[in-house]
Ligand binder design. Sequence first.
Ligand SMILES: O=C([O-])[C@@H](O)[C@@H](O)[C@H](O)[C@@H](O)C(=O)[O-]
Ligand SMILES: [Mg+2]
Length: 443
Amino acid sequence: MSTRVKDLTITGVHLTPVLVADPPLLNTQGVHQPYTPRLIVQIETAGGVTGVGETYGDTKYLDLARPLAAALPGTSVSDLNGLALRAGQVAVAEERVEDGVDVGGLRGTQTAGKLRLSVLSGFEVACLDALGQTLGLPVHALLGGQVRERVEYSAYLFYRWADHPARACRPGAAPEPAGEPDEWQAALDPAGIVAQARRFVDEYGFGSFKLKGGVFPPEEEIAAVRALADAFPGRPLRLDPNGAWSVETSLHVANELRDVLEYLEDPASGTRAMARIAAHAGVPLATNMCVTTLEEIPEAFTSGAVQVVLSDHHYWGGLRATRELAAICRTFGVALSMHSNTHLGISLAAMTHVAATVPDLDHACDSHYPWQTEDVLTERLVFRDGCVDVSDAPGLGVQLDHDRLAALHERWLADDGTLRDRDDAAAMRVADPEWVTPSVPRW
Ligand SMILES: O=C([O-])[C@@H](O)[C@@H](O)[C@H](O)[C@@H](O)C(=O)[O-]
Ligand SMILES: [Mg+2]
């Protein structure tokens, strides 16, 4: 290999925001929009390779990604520590850091640090992909090597409508069907959830189930989990209302479902409430809401608020940071699993590489990927027996489909701004004009 081919110097960074079809999945804040924003990052090197990464694509992330992209030419894709320092220096406008729950990610209060880490994650993955392609090594090898050949995922069940509510494209115009139709039915009761789970098993082979809760009164969601337990005896089950319940309600649900739950995920909002629940629940508590940064760890771990942390490289600043999180969890005897938000195949590949390197990833990971009918890859990643095989191809082992990427970018360009920032409450108002984001505890 000539020196030039091995040249790791970054010569260009391309940011492509896209809008990706998303089904009408319900959560406690509202419903998914017909299209959701993602950002595709491409990093080119002087050696002629292009690495790809993916992260959140809302405006607040784009605002940070652009200056970071501009700062990288001339640096090396191997300088990941320098990349993190540069990302940490990007200015965040004050209005971007509201003192509220991050609607797009349900990850607790939004901070400048969280925004920067999410942007960093997409760039770090792109650098690792480029580095791996240059060296002829898979990303898992750059992280120290795989300890498993496949990574297990769980079926991520959602209450959902069959279709997005029709929208009026212009004021006064007749409402038109919104979004891309998919082949899933509505699921709004225990029978619908069991049917959805059965299809996930038949098509993907998943062995465990997570139900996104906080949508209906707790008794209905208890009934849905009971129905899953009856239909799939002995399979691990999880319920996640995204912090919608009070301590009392959470303890009631834990009491009702203790015998069938693998863990209860973010039953209530805030570390203190979680600690009060954990003390009496008799079932492990998991979180992707009260432990999402290093600063949140000491209180949560020392108060026993969580027994399982749901890692997410988009939250923690990339794949290497995910491994650091794993080491901290190991130190405190806290288990690790993996959270997911709406994402495409680049992120699923990244999740699979890092998950392959963490020895004590004790639970099947979450992934929204089966809900995404669109992707920017030439070949979709495949679940077999609920698992994704760990790729040994150089880098992430994925190929961008440039035509698909251009088409999804065109959709983003054509949008008037309505859908460029994920807003589940606004999407819900299309069906229910009176809807406001419920305050917590909701029940
Ligand atoms: O996509 C959703 O509606 C989820 O509720 C997502 O936003 C959460 O971040 C996530 O899946 C979770 O586990 O909390
Ligand atoms: Mg969650």
